[in-house]
Design a protein around this ligand. Structure first.
Ligand code: BG6
Ligand code: MG
Length: 212
């Protein structure tokens, strides 16, 4: 089926907020004496906030934590993270991403976001993309995070397209798995590209233009 829509992951695909996630979790982990490095961080890509915390706590050796303690830790990380987001502006959207998005739209493709993040609307607003996408499916409208395909299936539904008519663009292995599980073609960048998990493993975001 001809590609009619593209569903983009946000953190690590449209913008570099994956780095801010890393820095915020790193501060929390360091404060608690929990070993945390970029290898562990790659496992958090695409995964919800609370599931990310559970992965980090695999190496925690202190006193038992209640659900309320865990929620407080996740809230603390989110506060640190949002301080970084608040400093973002449209200048933080790369020219390559902006020009590629505009060229894809000019080809008549529908464009959506499919992100596990509850901060997605805030990030899009900071980047000046608050009204750009035809649909936004994010952490606020799903019950299961990637590798479950729910967020992408919702995005396709919002666009009024079948999964087979859409391409998912991901930097997370869990996200690539979610795309595949939902019946989408998957284009990968970054970590997921390095792992070779996509139907297309792109060395640059702008390569999308040659594929659709
Ligand atoms: C995903 C990120 O986009 O959103 C994950 O790849 C993150 O690392 C998840 O945990 C949830 O984000 P937030 O902003 O709701 O904490
Ligand atoms: Mg991502």
């Amino acid at each position: 089926m001809k590609c009619q829509g593209i569903i983009f992951d946000l953190d690590g695909v449209i913008c570099f907020t994956d780095e801010y996630h890393y820095e915020a979790w790193k501060r929390m982990a360091d404060d608690m004496g929990i070993p945390f490095d970029r290898q562990v961080n790659n496992r958090l890509r695409g995964v919800s906030r609370m599931d990310s915390l559970e992965i980090i706590l695999e190496k925690y050796e202190g006193p038992a934590l209640s659900q309320a303690d865990k929620e407080a830790l996740a809230a603390k990380k989110n506060d640190i993270y949002r301080e970084s987001l608040a400093r973002m502006s449209p200048a933080d959207l790369s020219a390559e991403v902006r020009e590629t998005l505009e060229a894809l739209r000019a080809k008549g493709l529908k464009l959506a976001i499919g992100s596990s993040s509850k901060n997605a609307p805030f990030i899009l607003e900071r980047l000046g993309l608050g009204n750009f996408f035809d649909a936004v499916s994010d952490g606020n409208c799903i019950t299961r995070s990637k590798p479950d395909p729910e967020v992408f299936l919702k995005a396709a539904e919002f666009l009024g397209l079948a999964p087979e008519a859409c391409v998912v663009v991901e930097d997370a292995v869990s996200g690539a798995q979610a795309g595949r599980a939902g019946g989408f073609a998957v284009a990968c960048v970054g970590d997921a590209c390095a792992a070779g998990t996509g139907d297309w493993n792109l060395s640059a975001f702008s390569e999308l233009l040659e594929r659709v």
